[in-house]
Write a protein that binds this ligand. Structure first.
Ligand code: FA5
Length: 341
């Protein structure tokens, strides 16, 4: 048995010398160190040997096993090193080459303009309030002083959802009710930015989705002068001291009195172009003093509180600032447009 073990060792070490690849090495492991290898069978048979033979044979079997395992591990290291060297020589890698530049994402121009506008209002002490993009009929119209069948509802053509009485908001004004109901009877100075959706005839100034920013101030003794001052100051903060603005009397069911305000068209310097429909002015938003019924719906006593509200189209402002002649560029995903900002 002892000489069998010596033979196993000799044969195995000899076989190992000629092994040149990982597959043969694995075959070697199975043949000489695996469960059914002759060496392991010696271990299996130890119990059947005469008691006095066992220690010597057991010791020798262990020595052979350790020797084979050590030789196997050395051979395995040698082969791995050789493979690494080969791959380093054949697949050269120049780690000093500059890496590939990944295209960097950036903010969408609509987001850039929204942030600039929010900053201007924040500097005047307004806080951002988020309100939902999907609203019930009551919030979109009813609580804004437009009961069902009120003809003023025609000013906003909505997109319906599959839920009855629920539609995408056509303007940010329903947010006025949310913010008032949350804070009444505290005074409010808030801006509500976000996406609006209208079933609209698309043209250079009108899209079916666009951002609006609602401005709302509620408190004691708030006047139309505060509204005009805030909107005009906002225009100067964004476009400089010389920007001309104008207010035109208008109608909204949720404000009384109501107005629309225009900024001078900077694309044509007031001379008239396709963007301003040849008027020299670009309508930026609607505004007015919050209607007593709306104040009441928001939880304020109109005898004690007054407020002003405005809703402005933020893409229109971006168009003025960057002389963009068509609003459709914003959502048409043309990288030639988007990468300019
Ligand atoms: C309103 O939506 C009112 N909620 C504004 C308001 C708020 C009035 C608070 C009084 C008090 P109007 O429909 O005019 O009003 O829209 C306001 C602004 O949103 C417009 O002046 C324009 O700048 C922008 N806007 C409206 N429709 C579109 C459109 N289809 N595409 C791009 N911008 C639009």
């Amino acid at each position: 048995m002892l000489s069998d073990l010596d033979q196993i060792r000799q044969k195995a070490l000899h076989a190992l010398e000629s092994i040149q690849d990982e597959t043969s090495l694995e075959a070697f492991r199975i043949a000489y160190l695996g469960r059914s290898s002759p060496l392991m069978q010696v271990f299996d048979q130890l119990g059947k040997l005469a008691r006095e033979e066992r220690p010597a044979i057991g010791r020798r079997a262990n020595e052979v096993k350790q020797a084979l395992e050590a030789a196997f591990s050395t051979r395995s290291d040698t082969l791995r090193q050789a493979a690494l060297l080969r791959s380093l020589q054949t697949e050269r890698l120049d780690v000093t080459l500059p890496g590939r530049v990944l295209p960097l994402g950036r903010l969408h121009p609509a987001t850039i303009s929204l942030r600039a506008i929010v900053r201007a209002f924040a500097d005047m002490g307004f806080q951002v309030y988020r309100s939902p993009e999907v609203e019930t009929d009551e919030y979109n119209f009813g609580l804004l002083n437009m009961p069902p069948d009120h003809p003023a509802r025609d000013m906003w053509d909505t997109f319906y959802t599959s839920m009855p009485e629920v539609s995408l908001r056509p303007h940010t004004s329903p947010g006025q009710i949310h913010v008032m109901r949350q804070y009444a009877p505290e005074p409010i100075r808030a801006i509500l930015p976000g996406m609006c959706y209208r079933y609209e005839q698309i043209n250079a100034r009108k899209e079916t989705q666009f951002n609006q920013l609602e401005v709302l101030a509620v408190g004691k003794n708030i006047t139309l002068g505060d509204l005009k001052g805030t909107v005009s100051d906002f225009a100067r903060r964004l476009f400089g001291q010389n920007i001309r603005t104008r207010f035109r009397a208008s109608y909204f069911p949720f404000t009384e009195p109501s107005a629309e305000y225009d900024f001078e068209c900077l694309l044509c310097n007031g001379k008239g172009c396709t963007v301003c429909a040849w008027t020299g002015w670009l309508e930026i938003g609607g505004c007015g003093m919050v209607h007593p019924i709306v104040l009441q719906n928001g939880g304020y006593d109109p005898a004690k509180f007054s407020g002003f509200a405005a809703g402005l189209g933020t893409e229109r402002i971006m168009m003025l600032k960057h002389r963009i002649e068509d609003i459709r560029y914003f959502w048409s995903n043309d990288l030639r447009f988007l990468e300019q900002f």
